[in-house]
Design a binder for this molecule. Structure first.
Ligand SMILES: Nc1ncnc2c1ncn2[C@@H]1O[C@H](COP(=O)(O)OP(=O)(O)OP(=O)(O)O)[C@@H](O)[C@H]1O
Length: 298
């Protein structure tokens, strides 16, 4: 669906991306993970044509990005950034409605969709429609930013540290809500973060960037337990992270997930034990509960 082929990019003679090759599948949530300056945002902005590579090609839906009309392409790609960028003089309703108005939809259809998405993202339409951005908390504004991207029913969504300004509890909540919607809508999503735990709790696959190069692409389990090189190991703080997985029992994290029902014989085991020895279909729920436990402790 999204394909980076031999991409190179430099700014002011500084090579920030080197020979990047990456395939992102339809309906997948790919997390671009890496330290500050590793080139994550630059990769993300190439997908909607806000940055252009120096060499190599990007394909979206099997067509080179240069063959797409960029304005049409951007209508199919939601873009959510940390500094939400709501129009300050528009109400919440008008902010979310903007793209539908640009598309020329009827007011009746706009109203139905705006209300649907506000409610879905946990912002009651009747309470929030008439408010202005200055009357919203940071977390509420983030949700509106997300609703504004989702209302256009994009095929793809790009998220650049979209939840990083939120307090830990709202962050976990909105992440879970977003993940649920992303799965339901089979949205192809690419999310940038430098937070290992955020990546691990949300991603189908993680692409770890360092020094402008892809160091490893894989599931959370692959990245954590089978890091390909020292850079990956260092980034996921291999030992420290694993030590923290080993220090907590399944029993302790169970209450952080309603959906997690652990077989009785495993309840006393450590999370690490369980991840290493159990069926992988439980892994994401266990990691999710572990993550919430960790957030609650910090
Ligand atoms: N428009 C630009 N002009 C000059 N240099 C740029 C520009 N955009 C990015 N860079 C440089 O490219 C490198 C990669 O930047 P990028 O924003 O992609 O990194 P990042 O991994 O997203 O970092 P962060 O987590 O801090 O946002 C950095 O060294 C940055 O200074």
């Amino acid at each position: 669906m999204i394909s980076f082929q031999n991409i190179e990019k430099s700014f002011d003679q500084q090579l920030v991306l080197k020979k990047i090759n990456l395939e992102i599948q339809e309906g997948e949530l790919m997390v671009l993970l890496g330290a500050s300056g590793s080139g994550k945002t630059t990769m993300l902005r190439m997908i909607n044509g806000l940055e252009r590579p120096n060499s190599g090609s990007i394909e979206i839906s099997n067509r080179n990005i240069d063959q797409h009309n960029l304005l049409d392409l951007r209508k199919e790609i939601g873009y959510v950034i940390q500094k939400v960028g709501l129009f300050p003089h528009y109400s919440v309703y008008d902010n979310v409605a903007t793209i539908l108005r640009l598309k020329g939809e009827s007011e009746e259809s706009i109203q139905q969709k705006v209300h649907h998405w506000l409610d879905k993202i946990g912002m009651s339409a009747s309470l929030y429609s008439h408010k202005f951005p200055s009357e919203l908390s940071g977390g509420e504004a983030q949700r509106i930013g997300l609703a504004r991207a989702l209302v256009a029913q994009p095929k793809m969504i790009l998220l650049d540290e979209p939840f990083s300004a939120l307090d830990p509890i709202s962050r976990v909540k909105i992440r879970n809500e977003f993940r649920k919607i992303q799965r339901e809508e089979r949205l192809t999503a690419v999310m940038v973060t430098h937070d290992v735990l955020e990546a691990v709790s949300m991603a189908d696959r993680i692409c770890l960037l360092a020094n402008g190069e892809i160091q490893q692409v894989g599931t959370a389990q692959e990245i954590i337990f089978y890091p390909k090189n020292e850079l990956v190991k260092k980034f996921v703080k291999g030992d420290q992270f694993q030590a923290s997985l080993a220090s907590v029992s399944l029993n302790e994290i169970q209450k952080y997930s309603k959906e997690l029902s652990i077989p009785k014989e495993n309840v006393g085991n450590s999370v690490l034990d369980f991840l290493q020895n159990s069926d992988s279909k439980f892994h994401s729920k266990v990691l999710d509960a572990f993550y919430k436990w960790k957030e609650a402790k910090t």
